[in-house]
Design a protein around this ligand. Structure first.
Ligand code: ZN
Length: 285
C-alpha cells in the first residue's frame, strides 16, 4: 500500500489542523486549538464519503474482509454498552453487524435500565431463550449449555455487557433486569489478544471477540468466529501499520512473565493481580 490512506487518529495535529489558519492567531492560540483537536473523541473522516456497508470511510473500507453474504445465524446478539465505551467501540460494532443479517447485532447504550423506561429490554430479559454473558459462581459454561442441543433448535438471544471490568460489574449488579436471564460464561480464552491503543481514540476489541466466540459456540460452528474476527483484525493491523501501538493487558504481561513493573506492596492489589492470572473468565474485560 504505497499511497495508504491514514486514519485521522494517527495524523499529527499539524497535518490535520484548521485549514483556515489565521495569521492573527497567537502561538498559544494555535497550541490550544491543536490540543482541542487532539481531544476530539471521534475520527474526523466522518465527513468524508462513507461506505454504506461497513460504515468506514471509503478510503479505508474494510468490505474485502467481510463475508460476501451475511452469516446465517439464529442467535440474536445484544451489546449493552456503558456510555463511556460508546466512542471507543462503536466504530467496530458496525463491522460485526455487517457480517450478520439485519437485526442480529443490536447495541443498547446506557448505565441503568428499568422495566418502565426500557420495556423492550425487560421483555428480552424475561424471554426464556435469553442468556447473559457474565462470569460468576452461578454462571454456566456456554459450551456445556449447548452441548446437548440440536443446532438451531433454540433461537437464543445473548446479552453482552460492554465496559471496563468495573463498569460491567456495576452494570450487572445494579440492574436487576440482568439477573433474569440465564447467566453464562466462556471457558475458552481468546479475549484481550488484540488490544490496540491509538491516540486520541482507543479501540478495544475484547468485547467483540467475546461476541464472536459466543456466537460460534451458540451456532456450533467454529468458522463463524474466524469470519467475524477477520474485519476486526484487519482494522487492528491497519491501525498498527499507521502508528498505533500494541498494548498488552496486565493479565497478558503477567501470564507471559513480561510484567516489568515492581509488584505492588498492597495485599489487595496483589490479590487482584493474582486473580487476573488465574481467572480465565475474562469476559467482559
Ligand atoms: Zn466498506
Amino acid at each position: 500500500m504505497e499511497d495508504a490512506p491514514r486514519l485521522s487518529s494517527t495524523v499529527s495535529p499539524e497535518e490535520n489542523g484548521p485549514g483556515t489558519c489565521d495569521s492573527s492567531w497567537t502561538e498559544d492560540g494555535l497550541v490550544d486549538a491543536f490540543r482541542d483537536l487532539a481531544t476530539l473523541p471521534v475520527e474526523l473522516e466522518e465527513r468524508r464519503p462513507t461506505c454504506l456497508r461497513c460504515r468506514r470511510p471509503q478510503k479505508v473500507c474494510l468490505c474485502p474482509f467481510l463475508p460476501p453474504q451475511p452469516l446465517e445465524v439464529s442467535t440474536c446478539l445484544y451489546v449493552v454498552q456503558h456510555p463511556a465505551e460508546e466512542s471507543r467501540v462503536l466504530r467496530t460494532v458496525p463491522l460485526l453487524a455487517a457480517c450478520l443479517p439485519p437485526g442480529k447485532c443490536n447495541v443498547i447504550v446506557g448505565r441503568r435500565f428499568s422495566e418502565e423506561k426500557h420495556p423492550d429490554l425487560a421483555a428480552l430479559c424475561r424471554d426464556s431463550r435469553t442468556l447473559i454473558l457474565y462470569p460468576g459462581p452461578s454462571s454456566q459454561n456456554l459450551e456445556e449449555l449447548v452441548k446437548y442441543q440440536e443446532v438451531g433448535a433454540v433461537k437464543h438471544n445473548i446479552i453482552i455487557i460492554d465496559g471496563t471490568w468495573n463498569q460491567a460489574k456495576s452494570m450487572f449488579l445494579k440492574n436487576s433486569l440482568f439477573h433474569l436471564p440465564k447467566q453464562v460464561q466462556l471457558n475458552r480464552t481468546l479475549c484481550s489478544q488484540y488490544v490496540i491503543r491509538t491516540q486520541p481514540s482507543n479501540i478495544c476489541l475484547s468485547t467483540l471477540e467475546c461476541a464472536a466466540v459466543a456466537l460460534s459456540i451458540l451456532e456450533q460452528n467454529d468458522a463463524i468466529q474466524e469470519v467475524l474476527l477477520r474485519p476486526l483484525r484487519a482494522l487492528c493491523s491497519f491501525q498498527l501499520d499507521h502508528g498505533a501501538q500494541v498494548h498488552h493487558s496486565k493479565e497478558h504481561l503477567l501470564k507471559n512473565g513480561m510484567y516489568d513493573k515492581p509488584m505492588p506492596k498492597n495485599k489487595r492489589k496483589i490479590k487482584r493481580m493474582e486473580k487476573l492470572v488465574t481467572d480465565h473468565n475474562i469476559c467482559p474485560r
